[in-house]
Design a protein. Structure first.
Length: 364
């Protein structure tokens, strides 16, 4: 493991202390406007994930050091009527992060999510808009409730080829819960990659989940509930367009363990096959595993992560990432700090280390 500049460590420590002071209780007040009968409402919020990062460079020569915003989002949503609701979210990812050319990312604010939902019943809902496609549990999680600081390393490998921005695509989705909430389905048709003159077929995505205990009823899944719920989710998904296919199998288990404590385990695998339509997405298998234990007395959650990428093509390098970390929940998901160390190993490249410290302030 290479040494890194002590000044970078000092800067990250100072930055973390400073921004943690910004998370005062007054920031957690809810911003909501509601009609007298309660049928119509609108709620405002934001997600800020400020990050300090030190990472060995790919060629093994030196380290990169960054202070930046991993996510900076504005959120609002609410009810149009008893049956209709909406959600809107912007993002400006990696704002301020250094680039190989020496510049800083000046990410434009863009619309990441916008969809309208018709809630006919618990068993039948319809979403229309820019939607996070339901391939896997990990990719369908809320960024505010992740167990580590970020999603699994390879959960969105299909975003570029399918012309989806961080897993989002334009379309229509049906979803609901059946059999006393033990069974969930999500199925949708989306734009996908259009090709010249929009000649390609539409993209079709589906997901089913079995819940022996409590169901995860949110549009976005939880990455951990901090000991609040007993959820065991056994899921499978498919993503298809023309000759492209992706298949997923996953398990999410969140288990309360007395006195407010909780254990979290997530396992998953995805096979991507770009086919003739996406030759750049050759056949590859990705695996992910995350485990953590929330200790309510001290508001801490140590965790371990493992991600692996296995390419079928011999000229493409395989990669694995093994990480350990600690989350400190000052006020649940509204205000927390996460620290992690990750060992990155890629075929035919030097081993690399990544140190990360992230502050999250979230209100919605």
């Amino acid at each position: 493991m290479r040494r890194f500049d002590k000044s970078g460590v000092f800067m990250i420590a100072v930055w973390a202390v400073f921004v943690s002071l910004l998370g005062s209780p007054s920031l957690m007040a809810e911003w909501k406007i509601e009609s007298a009968d309660g049928d119509t409402s609108i709620k405002f919020g934001f997600l800020m994930q400020g990050r300090g990062e030190i990472q060995d460079q790919i060629d093994g020569d030196g380290t990169s050091q960054d202070l930046y915003f991993r996510r900076l989002r504005i959120l609002f949503g609410g009810n149009i009527s008893k049956k209709w609701s909406f959600f809107f979210e912007t993002d400006s990812p990696n704002l301020g992060k250094g680039t190989p050319s020496g510049d800083k990312v000046a990410a434009d604010i863009y619309i990441q999510d916008f969809f309208v939902t018709y809630n006919h019943s618990n068993a039948f809902k319809v979403d229309v808009g820019a939607i996070l496609i339901p391939l896997s549990h990990n990719s369908q999680q809320s960024a505010a409730t992740l167990l580590p600081a970020d999603y699994a390393a390879y959960s969105f490998l299909n975003s570029g080829p399918t012309d989806s921005r961080v897993g989002r695509d334009y379309g229509v989705q049906l979803r609901g819960f059946l059999a006393n909430d033990h069974f969930e389905y999500r199925a949708g048709v989306y734009q996908g990659e259009r090709g010249e003159s929009s000649e390609y077929e539409f993209r079709y995505v589906g997901r089913v989940v079995f819940y022996p205990f409590e169901a995860d009823k949110g549009f976005y899944y939880a990455g951990t509930t901090l000991g609040k719920k007993q959820i065991l989710a056994l899921g499978a998904g498919i993503d298809h367009q023309e000759s492209y296919d992706a298949y997923s199998l996953d398990m999410f288990w969140d288990q309360p363990v007395g006195n407010g404590n909780g254990f979290t385990l997530q396992l998953g695998g995805i096979r991507y096959d770009g086919g003739e339509i996406f030759p750049e997405l050759s056949i590859r298998d990705v695996l992910m595993a995350e485990a953590g234990f929330y200790w309510d007395r001290f508001k801490v959650q140590p965790f371990v992560t493992y991600y692996a990428l296995d390419n079928d093509e011999e000229d493409l390098d395989d990669q694995s990432r093994l990480g350990v970390g600690l989350g400190y929940y000052l006020k649940g998901f509204n205000r927390n700090l996460k620290f992690s160390y990750t060992d990155i190993r890629t075929d035919n490249q030097p081993n690399r280390s990544q140190w990360l410290l992230q502050l999250q302030i979230f209100m919605f």
